[in-house]
Design a protein around this ligand. Structure first.
Ligand SMILES: Cc1ncc(COP(=O)(O)O)c(C=O)c1O
Length: 367
């Protein structure tokens, strides 16, 4: 027995992981009204039907949920035309990304993602003891050839956020198909389509067909961007053998009772989803145009947020803008950790919030 360690120590590599830092949610003291635009939540809030369902479940919180979330899987399957047996629900889609890494990566393996990709991929790859391989993007967009060039015999997973956060850019599905066709069959392609509902492009697909017809593709989705960020509901669709592997290691009751009921009500409330998407379509275009009109560069986004780049120099830097906006109650997201030290990510908000940010930035840039 080893007696020389003064206390328990985590497995090698764990302490090399930089913990995920979520966006701020509070403003400095004294700010009367806070507009949280840092987490890509739905400015229209949850579906009223989901609120009602969550209220009803509150009286039965003593009862364990259905560990397989069968009714939620069936509701998702019905809406998307899928086989519920090929769906796994999770505590947010974050959880399923972690479970995929845990199941398919081991020390010595590699997993590929792009340089500005959603940050949890790297964390989960490292947590599995594998090597994270970040590849260059082209014009803040995933570059399929760069991804393919980074694949080695040690590669086990490619994570592709489509669209990506925090850039908001997407890869046309033809390109995703090209990536899939060129990948070795033993490499798992994870299509993270967290923002799929918001994308309004003819050449975009979330990946349902590809995941349904391949042995090495899964698609992950979330309810978080449609109004249930706090409930934590995510899901994965993929081939039976991958579903089988994940079901062996997930927590037996990984989706809680409130999440299940709120999720079922939310996905069936098509009107609320349509309202949310229409609101986003209108205000995403408005924000992008207004910000560009202020002389700020905006990465072209198809999600429910925009990445705003600030001019060089300290006076009008992203950090200065963040301080200025926060002091007025507008909480945006610093994205230094994503390789954008001089940009802020802003969620599309309510009309009041959107207009408020543009007015504040106008004054800020003149200051
Ligand atoms: C690209 C992407 N994938 C996955 C997630 C995870 O979302 P959740 O765990 O809330 O489902 C997010 C959330 O910000 C995201 O931006």
């Amino acid at each position: 027995m080893k007696q020389d360690q003064p206390r328990p120590t985590p497995r090698a590599g764990i302490m090399d992981i930089e913990a995920y830092v979520p966006g701020k949610s509070t403003a400095p003291a004294g700010v009367a009204k806070v507009y949280k635009l840092s987490a890509n939540e739905n400015p229209l809030g949850p579906s009223p039907k989901a609120i009602e369902a969550a209220r009803e479940v509150a009286a039965k919180l003593d009862v364990y949920p259905d560990g397989s979330a069968r009714r939620l899987r069936e509701a998702i399957a019905e809406v998307h035309g899928l086989n519920p047996a090929n769906i796994i629900c999770s505590n947010g889609s974050d959880e399923i990304l972690g479970l995929l890494a845990q199941s398919y990566l081991a020390p010595g393996d590699e997993a590929v993602f792009t340089e500005h990709a959603f940050m949890v991929y790297k964390i989960y790859i490292q947590a599995a003891g594998a090597k994270p391989v970040a590849v260059k993007e082209t014009e803040e967009r995933a570059d399929i050839d760069a991804i393919l060039a980074a694949v080695t015999p040690a590669t086990r997973i490619v994570f592709l956020a489509n669209p990506n956060n925090p850039t908001g850019t997407y890869v046309p599905f033809q390109e995703v198909r090209r990536l899939h066709a060129a990948l070795p069959k033993n490499v798992l392609l994870v299509l993270d389509a967290a923002y799929a509902e918001y994308v309004r492009r003819n050449d975009y697909e979330a990946g349902i067909e590809l995941a349904g017809s391949s042995e090495n593709v899964v698609m992950t989705r979330t309810f978080s961007k449609l109004g249930l960020g706090g409930a934590r509901v995510g899901w994965m669709y993929g081939p039976a053998h991958i579903v089988d592997a994940i079901n062996r290691i997930r927590g037996p009751f990984n989706v809680n009772a409130t999440a299940i009921e709120a999720g079922i009500a939310a996905i069936r409330d098509r009107a609320h989803i349509e309202r949310s998407v229409a609101h986003n379509e209108k205000w995403l275009a408005w924000l992008s145009a207004e910000l560009t009109g202020l002389g700020l560069r905006v990465t072209p986004s198809v999600g429910n947020f925009v990445l705003i780049h600030f001019p060089d120099g300290e006076k009008h830097s992203a950090a200065a803008a963040d301080d200025y906006l926060s002091a007025r109650g507008y909480i945006l997201r610093r994205v230094t950790g994503y390789g954008f030290p001089n940009a802020l990510r802003m969620s599309v908000g309510t009309e009041e919030a959107n207009r408020g940010v543009i007015d504040a930035l106008k004054t800020f840039l003149k200051s």
